[in-house]
Design a protein around this ligand. Sequence first.
Ligand code: HEM
Length: 362
Amino acid sequence: MNEVMCEFFRIGNAENSGKSLSVRKYLGAAALNNITRLTFGKRFMNWEGVLDDQGLEFQAIAAERLKLASSLATAMHIPWLWWMFPLEEEAFAKHGERQDRLARVIMEEHSATRHKSGGTAQQHFVDALLTLREKYDLSEVTIIGLLWDMIAAGRDTMAVSVEWAMAEVIKNPRVQQKVQEELDRVVGYERVMTESDFSNLPYLECVTKEAMRLHPPTPLMLPHKAKSNVKIDGYDIPKGSNVHVNVWAVARDPEVWKNPNEFRPERFLEEDVDMKGHDFRLLPFGAGRRVCPGAQLGIYLVTSMLGHLLHHFWWTPPEGVKAEEIDMLENPGTATYMRTPIQAIANPRLPAHLYNRVVVDL
Ligand code: HEM
């Protein structure tokens, strides 16, 4: 069950009726709960959206990680600025210890729960790693590192992608109406969308793709390093250079895309373009041996969050704001959020019982 379903109760409650909401707040919560449930089989947030103590620690670690990563990125891009980050090594070590401490506690709790259930509890990413531990000689440090990588790589990227997609859809009521017509035809008004509906929702899939074309959450991907001297398109890239691929610019290149700045999902009905690393015109997940291993999961979760949000609500800009006034500028960073978080009014469009709190099976 997608976590965004659990947010419906909060989005659709009477207090929010007719009010403008910060969509990011709900997406952030849904993405965090999705990813921690997949990795640890656990939510850190209660039904009111309040984080527990572990959740707060978790959030603080994630924020610190981002801050350290940005300072590292600056030093990597401009190596002669290394001298400006003399304390970073110490900060990294402390951060690592903090991460390990929390992960160990959660892993122990997780093992205890599984033990109590006699091994009948659901399998999560942490279980897969523990099972493969001996086969691949995985140390505890490696396991903890992999768990944090998964959380860091999956959380922001998903929330960023859905926020941009929602902004585009709210800006383009024609697209919103078309995707809702498809959802109504395929899913109807008496049940919620499920994964098995996806194959019958081609337009929804195109909306996800078009949003990721215009707004790849990591526009410069992650930095790569040249292993040897290479020449690309007449340019010499010396061994050891940090290389960024500007996938944002490629996806807006007028030589490759017709009317590249226009949000028009239909372009993908006319031509099916792969976005998992096989077609170099569209690379939101990178390509090659370091391609995002969570690409399929990411596409599924983004499409699912978007589909549920659009099936349950008709979204309009806050009163007095015209669609064309929505600020579509980016906030710079490794994961590129909207500069101004999108605000919108969620108008329920399904029968009341479909907004009830959903019991989540952990
Ligand atoms: C919409 C969602 C996502 C987007 C747009 C995205 C995008 C990316 C990109 C661009 C890279 C770098 C690829 C490269 O340098 O060639 C990457 C790497 C990675 N992603 Fe994702 N990602 C998403 C979701 C996820 C999820 C859900 C997970 C795991 C649960 C994940 C795990 C990873 C990991 C572990 C790496 C590092 C791979 C490596 O360096 O070998 N990602 N992702």
